[in-house]
Design a protein. Structure first.
Length: 560
């Protein structure tokens, strides 16, 4: 008992030391402010070099253009326009992508165009995104076409591009996100880092996946792997703050899965075939353990690529952990290291062919590029959608939240808000339907009795309301994790409105955290619908609390 307590105390001490190193406790380096003249001068020197720099690779041009966007410039900047022209040359034609760009270039081009103007360049983004999704491997990762393995380095840009696209209203199937998330979990080194060509874990005696030793575990790849799990956490709606509350109201069959996941803390094994918040949190805990032992700024291999991955990883960690760190120590370390190594003409380089990308990576680190993207995306679920979809209807009653224009929350009790959803002619209907987070929050915080009554009303609206009401109700039911909502979502798969069918399927995937066959797309397909209904009914029957439960009987009769 003493040994366990002593180990726990040591673990807490190690964690506090890690926090001290990364998040701003006193260090030997000088802290740097975002308004510091030295920082601004370092960035300006780098941008001055990029003003005339040339690198014909699509990914390099997208990186350069991204630097200027993050610096506050637009298409009037010649280098931004060059990056646009490069993207259009590859993706602007009617016949699909030209020139077969690699995964790095494809992902970075998506990120660049989404940050620049997702509405204006939706054709190019869709073409690039379609190509990216087509090249995702069956194991969930991205990699070289001639190799069966996923590549951690490439995969990070597939994940980041998916996040940028999803936040700007483009279709990114949840099964794609869950597949890559599961691949990241299964290819983690038992010590918590990530290697280059991911080797998937081996099946254990109880069906779990036992992690195996990875090759070439190093800082840049470990930052890429851990950071990508944090991006997946955001896309799947997981947070570190709420992971321990995920069992509330779930039947024993689901709780048993959580108990299996707990075993991974003692044995580096993970359950096969699903992604759960606690399972993912354990992967991230192992990842942070690796960083507690190996953190440093000066790395011998691709140091500037590593710094951009580090900034991304830490920015998404702050997001899902709910942290607001003004002066993180890792940023001070990075600035001081970069400041000493900047050349007289403003550039940085690791190898001659990386002079332009390395300079861009360094500038994106110094600008806190990912943090700016996250702040821009906050305030509206899914971002500002294409064609103006997602804009508040009443533009005289808006607020700016995290760089987004959003409607002021529709005030009222849960009964009042449900009444608004039942009446599409209500002046506040569209604002509430577009952004029902306050309603979701109220439902999650209610006592069991009124919550059950209100969810029953929502399930009725999902079946009997107008098309707009049904869609809004499905959206809310998908976000309130109550197993009794599953039959209503399954029943919605038979809806006459295919948009509701697709939203219900996506909601079930979000609700269940389950990877399943890719049956439904946005294109109507009756054969796929029948298969999806049968699949979800089988899933629900497998987790239903008992043979005679009312929710199970409802699921069995749904969609007949």
């Amino acid at each position: 008992m003493y040994r366990l307590a002593n180990q726990s105390a040591k673990a807490r001490l190690c964690f506090l030391m890690f926090v001290a190193t990364l998040f701003g406790w006193p260090s030997t380096v000088r802290a740097i402010s975002p308004d510091s003249p030295e920082l601004k001068n370092t960035i300006e020197k780098g941008l001055k070099y990029l003003d005339t720099a040339a690198d014909g690779r699509l990914g390099a041009q997208a990186l350069v253009g991204l630097c200027y966007i993050k610096h506050g410039e637009d298409e009037a900047n010649p280098q931004v326009q060059k990056a646009v022209d490069a993207c259009k040359a590859v993706a602007g034609g009617p016949g699909g992508l030209q020139g077969n760009p690699d995964i790095y270039s494809t992902g970075l081009a998506i990120v660049f165009l989404c940050e620049l103007n997702p509405s204006k360049y939706q054709h190019e983004i869709n073409a690039l995104l379609k190509s990216l999704q087509a090249r995702q491997k069956k194991n969930g990762g991205w990699g070289y076409p001639e190799k069966p393995t996923g590549d951690t380095s490439m995969t990070q840009y597939g994940v980041l591009a998916s996040w940028e696209a999803k936040k700007n209203g483009f279709v990114v199937p949840i099964e794609s996100i869950e597949a890559v998330c599961l691949w990241l979990i299964h290819t983690q080194d038992p010590n918590g880092g990530w290697g280059y060509q991911g080797k998937e874990g081996e099946p254990g005696t109880s069906g779990e996946i036992l992690l195996v030793k990875q090759d070439s575990v190093r800082h840049g790849l470990s930052a890429a792997g851990l950071g990508s799990t944090y991006v997946c956490s955001d896309l799947l709606g997981f947070t570190l703050a709420t992971e321990d509350e995920s069992d509330a109201g779930l039947p024993p069959a689901l709780k048993a899965v959580r108990e299996d996941a707990d075993k991974a803390k003692l044995n580096p094994a993970v359950p096969a075939g699903m992604v759960g918040p606690r399972q993912l949190a354990q992967t991230q805990e192992r990842g942070r353990g690796w960083w507690r032992e190996h953190y440093k700024i000066d790395t011998p291999t691709f140091p500037y690529y590593y710094l951009y991955a580090l900034e991304r990883s830490q920015s998404f960690y702050e997001l899902i952990a709910g942290l607001h760190i003004k002066n993180p120590g890792w940023y001070d370390d990075g600035y001081n290291w970069l400041h000493k190594r900047q050349k007289l003409d403003g550039h940085w380089e690791s190898t001659p062919d990386m002079k332009v990308p390395d300079t861009a990576f360094a500038i994106l680190f110094l600008l806190r590029s990912t943090k700016k993207s996250i702040e821009k995306s906050k305030g509206f679920d899914g971002g500002l959608l294409l064609g103006g979809q997602g804009l508040p209807r009443h533009l005289n009653e808006v607020r700016v939240d995290g760089g987004r224009v959003v409607a002021k929350p529709v005030a009222g009790s849960t009964d009042t808000l449900l009444g608004i959803l039942a009446n599409p002619d209500h002046a506040d209907f569209h604002d509430l339907a577009d952004d029902p987070r306050d309603l979701i929050s109220q439902l999650q915080e209610e006592d069991p009795a009124p919550r059950a009554e209100h969810l029953a009303r929502l399930r009725h609206l999902a079946a009997e309301g107008t098309s707009a009401t049904r869609l809004a109700a499905i959206r809310v039911l998908s976000r309130v994790r109550d197993v009794a909502n599953a039959p209503a979502l399954i029943a919605a798969l038979s809806d006459a409105d295919w948009g509701i069918v697709y939203k219900a399927d996506q909601g079930l995937r979000l609700f269940s955290r389950r990877i399943g066959p890719d049956l439904l797309t946005e294109a109507p397909d009756e054969q796929a619908r029948a298969a999806a209904i049968a699949d979800w009914k089988h899933w629900y029957a497998s987790i239903s609390p008992s043979e005679d439960s009312a929710p199970r009987r409802a699921a069995e009769s749904a969609s007949r």
